[in-house]
Design a protein around this ligand. Structure first.
Ligand SMILES: NC(=O)c1ccc[n+]([C@@H]2O[C@H](COP(=O)([O-])OP(=O)(O)OC[C@H]3O[C@@H](n4cnc5c(N)ncnc54)[C@H](OP(=O)(O)O)[C@@H]3O)[C@@H](O)[C@H]2O)c1
Length: 262
């Protein structure tokens, strides 16, 4: 990692000039997070499989670059880390946001769907964190994992067992990385969104009517009275990743309008 540059005092103290990688940055929470990080003065590499959506995220944004990569590819962790270092010379914040959700009742779970969810939502963050660790250590950086509020509080998640299992494991990794990465000067935190209006329903193949009904039901059972917006989640990712947020370590912040406490 010869091209990891030394951090300046200014970057250290203000968060300006930091470099972030956001996986799944072409849509939804990832797009909002990339833009919020850029607005906060960071330079950002957004990663996903679809060039067009990544470019829409970067359009009009200062310091946002794109990388088309499939996180499940063998060489993805090294490619992504190298691309961030080549573009910006350092890596301060690694946001594991990309995920696939393939709802199915347990009797219908297939090997193919199980493997895709485990590889995308769990294995990819593990291998990318490992590849990025020297660069993150050089910057005394932060890993942020986007989980889900649906698995907070020892609840079941019927019909989404594999997705929920990957997100539960991600929360466990946040706690464990807080300990294991501490000697590297790297910390780990998580954000657990509740129902958020990102278009994920359309991408899961749900009809507009089903999405509207699901969101209305979610809003009705949420103390804040609405579902989340991508920006509601992005705000917390940015704050947790800032230098002033550095004493948060091993913590997962639930951002769900209170839905998980009723
Ligand atoms: N929306 C919600 O209600 C909700 C609730 C709780 C938690 N979350 C979590 O929040 C995060 C973002 O969700 P979202 O709602 O914003 O969903 P989304 O818009 O579907 O975002 C997922 C992103 O991941 C990317 N992606 C998927 N597989 C990939 C792969 N193999 N390689 C690279 N990129 C890949 C997708 O881009 P490409 O298809 O172009 O690759 C997409 O941009 C996820 O971790 C999700 O589990 C969402």
């Amino acid at each position: 990692m010869a091209n990891v540059r030394r951090m300046t005092r200014r970057q250290d103290e203000t968060g300006q000039g930091r470099v972030a990688v956001v996986t799944g940055g072409g849509t939804g929470i990832g797009r909002a997070t990339a833009r919020a990080l850029a607005a906060d003065g960071a330079r950002v590499l957004v990663v996903g499989r679809t060039a067009a959506t990544l470019e829409r995220t970067a359009a009009g944004q200062q310091g946002v670059r794109t990388l088309v990569a499939d996180l499940t590819d063998e060489d993805a962790p090294e490619r992504i880390t190298s691309a961030a270092l080549e573009a910006f010379g350092r890596l301060d914040v690694l946001v594991h946001n990309a995920a696939v959700v393939l709802p199915e009742p347990f009797g219908a779970v297939t090997r193919e769907h199980a493997r895709l969810q485990v590889e995308t939502n769990l294995l990819a963050p593990v291998l990318l964190t490992r590849a990025a660790l020297p660069a993150l250590a050089a910057a005394r950086g932060t890993v942020v994992a986007v989980g889900t509020a649906a698995v907070q509080g020892r609840r079941a998640f019927a019909g989404m067992s594999l997705y929920g299992a990957t997100k539960t494991a991600l929360d466990f990794l946040v706690r464990t990385w807080a300990v294991e990465l501490a000697p590297w000067g790297v910390r780990a935190v998580g954000v657990a969104p509740g129902e958020t209006d990102t278009g994920i329903g359309e991408r899961m193949g749900w009809s507009a009517a089903d999405i509207a009904r699901y969101q209305a039901e979610a809003a009705a059972r949420t103390p804040s009275g609405r579902v989340g917006r991508p920006e509601d989640v992005a705000w917390w990712v940015v704050r947790l990743a800032r230098p002033e947020g550095a004493y948060a370590n091993g913590a997962v912040v639930t951002v769900d309008g209170g839905a998980s406490v009723v």
